[in-house]
Structures are given as C-alpha cells and as structure tokens.
Design a protein around this ligand. Structure first.
Ligand code: 39A
Length: 206
C-alpha cells in the first residue's frame, strides 16, 4: 500500500470489527472511556475490562463526580487488575478534579477540551490524549499506538515521531475522503474510530 487509504481498504476486507461496537471502544462517548484510556497504559486490555467491571459492580457507572471525590486507596483496590494501581488511582482522581475545575462537568469537557490541555495532565501522553479525544469526545482525530507502529514497520514504513505517523494516516484518509465519505456517512470520527480499532484487532490476531 502506498497511503493510508489503501491500507484501510485492505483491512476492511478482513471483517475485523464483526461483533464489535460501531465505534469500537466500549461505551464510546462516556467518562468510562477516559478511565479506560488511563488504565490501559502498560497492560493488556483484558485486564482493563476486569478493573472497569469491578468498579461498576460496586458503584453502577463510572462518573466523573464520584472519582473526583474518591478515596485513593478505595479506587486503587478496585482497579488492581490494571496494574500500577496506586499511580493510576492518584492520576484518575487528580484528572477528574481538574476536569471539574476547568470545565465544570463531563459534557462541557467533551465539547471544549483540547489536546494541549490533556497533554498538560500528569500521566497523559499522545496516545492517551488522542484516545480520549477520539473515543470519549468524538473528535476527528486518529489514535496511534505500538500496534500501529509495528504494522507500519512490517511494511517498510518508519516514522520520526508519533505526530508524523499520525499525519500520514490522517492525510491518506482526508485526501481520499471522497471515496470513503459515503461508506462512513460523512462521519470522519466514525472512520478514524473504526480504522484504529481494525489495526488493533488485526495485530492482536497475530
Ligand atoms: C478499547 N480498547 C483499547 N485498547 C484495546 C485493545 N488493546 N484491545 C481491545 N480493545 C477493545 C481495546
């Protein structure tokens, strides 16, 4: 493939997202995605699901206001399966308090947060920031990760940086959007949400 449009066309033939949510990330558009994006750092997604479920069994849903005033050791205990649980507990509580301080509530955060604000939060790098922007906030931005890098390396592509690889993916889609728009109902977030999901599911197949 010579651009990311051609790579997407090849991945689409493999039915990688059969039985998956439409935008791939479970509970897309909710605060749970923000939590999952932090918890998935340095662990397998299967462990994240266990941690997310343990909180929900005790507390119903993941709510911003609950985490903002949560006892760190209580949260740490519930998210243990995700690993680095004391660090992740502290960071989730601090992040939640900063969201309330700077945006007032989760809906306003979804509308108004930007990548710069996210990157200024302790424990949030490019991949976590873009995961939150794409899958919690529904923005037209694509997530890059180790799976993406490995797939590209396998096909002879090496990039200087996270953002350079991101630009390659987004440019190929946008330059060919006329051929993709109908399929993705003119919804560029839907395209990017599914495209990243396909890459992860493809690389997990091995
Ligand atoms: C939502 N999500 C984030 N990272 C994931 C992964 N590695 N594997 C599967 N899923 C569904 C994931």
């Amino acid at each position: 493939f010579s651009n990311s449009y051609e790579l997407l066309i090849e991945l689409r033939k493999k039915e990688l997202l059969k039985n998956k949510p439409k935008r791939w990330w479970p509970n897309f558009g909710t605060f749970e995605v923000v939590v999952g994006a932090i918890l998935t750092q340095n662990t397998k997604w299967e462990n994240v699901e266990k941690a997310l479920t343990q909180w929900k069994m005790q507390n119903g849903e993941w709510r911003l206001e609950d985490i903002a005033c949560c006892e760190p050791s209580y949260l740490a205990e519930l998210i243990k399966p995700a690993g680095f649980y004391n660090q992740k507990s502290k960071r989730l509580i601090t992040l939640s308090r900063n969201i309330l301080r700077d945006f007032g509530d989760f809906e306003s955060f979804k509308e108004n947060v930007d990548r710069e604000w996210l990157l200024s939060q302790k424990g949030i790098g490019f991949e976590t920031a873009d995961s939150i922007l794409c899958y919690a906030c529904g923005r037209e931005t694509m997530v890059m990760d180790a799976y993406t890098k490995r797939l590209m390396k396998k096909h002879g592509y090496e990039f200087e940086s996270y953002d350079e690889m991101k630009e390659w993916f987004e440019r190929g889609v946008e330059e060919n959007w006329d051929k993709l728009a109908n399929f993705y109902k003119n919804d560029l977030n839907l395209c990017y949400s599914r495209y990243h999901g396909k890459i992860v599911e493809f690389m997990k197949r091995g």
